[in-house]
Design a protein around this ligand. Structure first.
Ligand SMILES: [Zn+2]
Length: 216
């Protein structure tokens, strides 16, 4: 069962992905991790990817898609794909390769949150730079650097991520709308099972909603 998690930055995809993986025993397929592993293991695709990365170029979508589909495993395996596709051409490439391998997308979970809420969430978000523990600021301009309580390590420090400043938050949301959001229509037109998830609630409420659509 291949599940795709789609949604704007700040919709809580990472949190829900962790819950799905833990609760339903899915393999977590993130392009970043996958790319790293392929390069480390010096696989055929890893070597190709490395040749692009060494030149400072992006690895072409066709190779990323090939890696994803290679990583899906058996037809009855449970895979959660997070952070891909990010645009129509990636969605098309993925679809083509899945069809070729007689694989399909069981469900696309489209997490919906309005802009105002996203901006508010992202601009009051801070994380521990070492253990990634999330932390909520009281206001967007609260510029704190505090010690995280998760470990005595002096590098466990809570900071606002560089790309969570209001300007880059707005830019990331615009990029999502222009490039990623059109995928929703693409999948609907293809009759792929795409469900809209109201992602305004608490983590547990959202997860309950998502769980209804994961039939294993
Ligand atoms: Zn920490």
């Amino acid at each position: 069962m291949n599940v795709i998690l789609l949604g704007p930055p700040g919709a809580g995809k990472g949190t829900q992905a962790r819950k799905i993986v833990d609760e339903f025993d899915f393999d977590y397929i993130s392009t970043g991790d996958m790319l790293r592993k392929e390069v480390e293991s010096a696989s055929r695709l890893g070597k190709i990817a490395k040749s692009y990365m060494n030149k400072g170029d992006l690895v072409p979508d066709s190779y990323i898609v090939e890696m994803i589909v290679d990583n899906l495993g058996e037809l009855n395996a449970r895979n959660l794909i997070d952070g891909f596709p990010r645009n129509i051409s990636q969605a098309e490439a993925l679809n083509e390769k899945l069809t070729e391998n007689q694989q399909k997308i069981a469900v696309v979970l489209h997490m919906n949150v309005d802009d105002e809420e996203l901006i508010n969430r992202l601009s009051t978000r801070a994380v521990c730079i070492l253990c990634q523990a999330p932390f909520k600021l009281k206001s967007p301009d609260e510029n704190l650097i505090v010690k995280c309580n998760n470990s005595p390590n002096k590098d466990c420090i809570i900071k606002v991520r560089d790309d969570d400043n209001p300007k880059s938050v707005a830019r990331r949301i615009t990029v999502y709308k222009n490039e990623t959001f059109p995928i929703v229509k693409y999948y609907k037109d293809l009759n792929v099972n795409l469900v809209d998830i109201d992602a305004r609630g608490t983590e547990d409420e959202i997860f309950q909603e998502i769980s209804k659509f994961i039939v294993v």
